[in-house]
Write a protein that binds this ligand. Structure first.
Ligand SMILES: [Zn+2]
Length: 182
């Protein structure tokens, strides 16, 4: 760590503490006595994503964030929630302790998180990501969600009259998600 004033290589640490930017160290240059601050961060191990076509690319959290943001477009989901979700997924991936992860595993992870957050965003992400070969698959997913939301209605929502409950599954999902808005 070179002194920013005289470029001398040695300094002594006066103070060390945790901070959001990393470990903050107050240092004093052993030659000129100049004081400066450094932030020390743990460098995460390199993580590579193996794509469906076997290509290998460095993991980028921004890609997850962008995918989530696209899926959550015009949904009542705060940007911070999306950011936290991307952070969670990143942490989960690193906690697997692997250096290579298939894009399928990442996609499934994103889907399981979105499923709990917002059904419409989930369907959107699934339809892009899973590349549903036929509309039947997608309809099965939607039906599964409809059953789930009927079994666990939000406590603030009154039971739907039968004629509405019998409506399309997507509409049910919209109502459920909308009911959580405050
Ligand atoms: Zn110095």
């Amino acid at each position: 760590m070179k002194c920013p004033l005289c470029s001398f290589e040695n300094s002594k640490v006066l103070d060390s503490r945790e901070s959001p930017e990393g470990i903050r160290r107050r240092r004093e240059c052993l030659r000129c006595g100049g004081r400066f601050t450094t932030y020390e961060r743990i460098q995460a191990a390199n993580l590579f994503v193996i794509k469906k076509d076997k290509r290998r690319e460095a993991f980028q959290k921004t890609k997850i964030f962008n995918g989530l943001r696209k899926a959550c477009e015009k949904r009542p989901i705060p940007a911070l929630t999306i950011e936290n979700l991307a952070n969670e997924i990143e942490a989960d991936l690193y906690s697997l302790g692997k250096t290579e992860i298939s894009s399928t595993i990442i996609g499934d992870m994103v889907m399981s998180k979105l499923k709990r957050l917002d059904h419409i965003a989930y369907i959107r992400f699934a339809s892009i990501y899973r590349d549903f070969a036929d509309i039947t698959r997608l309809k099965q997913e939607v039906d599964t969600l409809a059953v789930t939301s009927e079994n666990t209605p939000p406590s603030t929502q009154l039971p739907l009259p039968p004629e509405i409950a019998a409506g399309s599954a997507v509409n049910t999902a919209v109502k459920t998600a909308g009911g959580r808005r405050h």
